[in-house]
Design a protein around this ligand. Sequence first.
Ligand SMILES: [Zn+2]
Length: 291
Amino acid sequence: MSKLVRCISIDGTVTVMAADTTDMVEEAQQIHITSAVTSATLGRLLTAACFMGIVLKGEDDTVTLRINGGGPAGAVIAVADSKGNTRGYVSNPIVDIPLSDSGKLDVGAAVGRDGTLMVMKDLGLKEPYIGQVPIVSGEIAEDVTGYYAVSEQTPTVCALGVLVNPNLSIQAAGGFIIQLLPTATDDAIDAVERCIKGLEPVTAMLSRGMTPEEICRKVLPEFELDVLDTAEPKYVCNCSAERVIKALISIGTEELESLAQDERTEVCCHFCSKRYIFTGDEVKRILADAK
Ligand SMILES: [Zn+2]
């Protein structure tokens, strides 16, 4: 079971979240049959979406992250809500590129560095909130940090990691996010800087069996922390025949009339690969209802 914990320092100057998303990323790998580097890419973005989703206030609020840097993975999307329900996809699930110079899965090269990270928050208002920042490295964590700095003016330290086994199953996935609150004093800022110096990779902590709460305490040893809330991130798709019909209607009458001539129309959900099949007669009925 994936787990996420959000803590605040008792002096109210800093928050820290940590997550073990191994199971959720494993499920994403099985749905999308991703190669190692795309598992790492999608897994990092899904984990980042969990962190951004959990702080949303409304039941139905969602956050969507989309990164596309012109690399071979294409666009990578992750969506999460406040309850930890998360889903996503990568345009090209199979990318085969050499390891980076440091021997790691080269997420930055898979994503590319020429493009943007877009964050869209649907808070049930008329218009969604959209923030967009240029990609820093394509490694996702640095891009998320850049987003928080530029769009939300929140000093952030973010680490995300996915370890992939040789058989492509997920050995460990997760991350942490430290954020300074507006109340942070210079002393608190200095303390955070001391804490994060020389930290080991988050996947090393997860591989040793550390829980998210233990990771929170490990990354901020100079602060006394209170747990604010916890969640169990899950890979959940909310697609349904009803939603697919809505999407079909949105492509326009002309296109629908042309589909109605076909014996069958197959629509595949990007997020969970579920297939929805409509006969020509069914498309005609959708068309009639839409008019
Ligand atoms: Zn679906």
